[in-house]
Design a protein around this ligand. Sequence first.
Ligand code: IPE
Length: 271
Amino acid sequence: MAEVVVIKFGGGLITNKTKLCTPELAVINDLVDVVGQCLDSGKRVIVVHGAGSFGHLRAKYWRLNEGLVADENFVPEKDCRNQIQAVSIVRKDMLTLNSIIKSAFARRGISTTSLPPHLWAKNTGSNFDGDIATTFASTESVPITFGDVVDCDIGSFGILSGDDLVVRICRDVPNVKRLIFAIKGVDGIMSKPPSEALPSDLIVEWSPSVKFTGIHHTDIDVTGGIGLKASRGAEVAAMGVDVFIVNGGYPQRLIDACLGKPTRGTQIFSE
Ligand code: IPE
């Protein structure tokens, strides 16, 4: 059975986070090439992508991560009057981003299957409800899923992050060997905030007892930044999967990480 590599394309990497619904097409093409090389070497690849400006900006304004909140807390926008509309707009925008990524794969001759979480998953956090084993069973094409607005038992809806999806994929899909988080603008987990960090501040091996000051743009993001990746990564490492955080701006590093070759980045351990 082929080894499975799970790769998360960070939303900040594949979109311009400050401009609503703006994809970074050149970056997406580079990432598709990375997956292509990984497939060429005989691996099975599962792609999970984030939201960036296709999800966070509107989800933040409409507080979709908090579930249903009374209407009087919001000033309606021109194209969106309430949270329920915001849920359907963000779901639609995520499908648009997903189709941009699918098209990039198609141009490279790689067939993909999109698995939007709002169709098969419920509730948030890495314990969300969803039958991963069945949903990801087909090995004919590259499965792609993504952070999404899902239905929830409490609060009607919430945000299921790609960082939560990868935990369950690594647990429930047979033979997952590696998980790679491709992130924007930084080589991995740094011991200092990225704006102050020198290359030598890269934490090459991280486990939960190692302290660091990651940045999390709580003004823009509704999910957890590098801290969430680190803690979810540690959960996955505990399953015996090799977990790496790698600068997504360097495709060769991603290829090496996917193929299990040493490269610059942070490897995450459970302890
Ligand atoms: C967030 O998913 C989903 C929405 C805001 C709809 P992620 O947590 O996986 O997204 P990024 O990688 O931070 O953009």
